[in-house]
Design a protein around this ligand. Sequence first.
Ligand SMILES: [Ca+2]
Length: 444
Amino acid sequence: MSHVDESLHGHFMAEMTGFLVSEFVRFCTMAPSWLVQASLLASICAQVLANSEIYPLSFRSRCLEFEPAKYIQNATLDILEYVPAGTNLQFPYNDPSCGRPNQTVSVDVCRIALNISTSSTSSVISEIWLPGTWSQRFLSTGNGGIDGCTKYEDLNYGTKYGFATVGSNNGHNGTGGVAFYHNDEVLKDYVWRSLHTITEVGKSLTYAFYSTPHKTSYYIGCSGGGRQGVHAAELFPKDFDGIVVGDPAVNFNSLYSWRASFYDITSQANSTNFITASLWKGLIHNEVLRQCDELDGVKDGVIENPDICHFDPKTLLCSSNSNSTQGCLSDSQVDIVQKVFSPMQGPNGTIAYPAMQPGSEISAAAGLYSGKPFAYSLDWFRYVVLNDPNWSGSPFSLSDISTAQALNPFNVSTYPSTLLPFSNSGKTPPLPRPTRQSNNFLRI
Ligand SMILES: [Ca+2]
């Protein structure tokens, strides 16, 4: 018998054993007394019932008999299924822009999907994954960017380590923002309500399913999900005992303005002075390394402290007496590079966002420098800030930054003045990693 066969066989036997015992308990409890009192059956039933606590319903049976709707109001049950370890779950209904068509599940899981109403014009599709072996810990997971994509990989990560784990579409489907258009309730779900809702629902169902409450609760999220975590610490300090955030996009309005500004700086991909990805990754990146790699004392292709790298692109300017533009940049291109590596100026001479760090051009070439509007920023300004679905992404001006900052819907700029209510309960406030997004959090 192969390893896979053995695993399947063991799994099947365990399920069968649990199933048979549970059925026998049911029989001994419900059968007519004259039948149970028959000599042989009486003896067996007495033994089974005496040991029924050590032969509980199989995990599969408990899952399939669970009735989440009994515990949660304003919700409809979309999915209730037992998922054995090793299953490759398929999500054909998931928005393709989320890029998550399937997920391999590492441990036995009871999977629940609920559509939870949050208002008359909004709802949250939540996934609650309950592991067969529960560590009495609870975990909520976040999203990213402006998207409404359930992070199935995080649900699997949590349940793999024994957490009862919840996630959601954050109130809308896919990576776009059209659902925000003229619907503040969907926007509110995105900014904070969805996470708080699924956390409360998830904790209730966890208690109902395991018949015991969780001992500790946690949150994990990155980027947009990092912002959700900081917001949760501010608004609902009792929701979590511990919060893990990476690259939290806390200065949201300025961050999305900054990202929107690159389209005007680089111009369209077919414009005369457009800097191609190969120039960014080759000519320009090599010059960045030549000027800054050894500032950290080691020539290894890594700029360990970009803040001390003051890159000067003029060294790449084509010579005035040469007709060739190979291996050099035009005046306009040098100007573009200088603007990319300069802070974004805000209203009244303030710095609205710090400069892009030298060395980042390798990854930014295909994104922010690609000669088209940054998708998240485009949708945020179209459907939230400007209420203009036809806005092209250009021109982008100081007044657009001001408008975004003034609007700040539901305090999406997650800049708490204090997290004392969270830390006073004996918990450690979420500390963002020192990255580009959080640098701004620390500086301004
Ligand atoms: Ca170096």
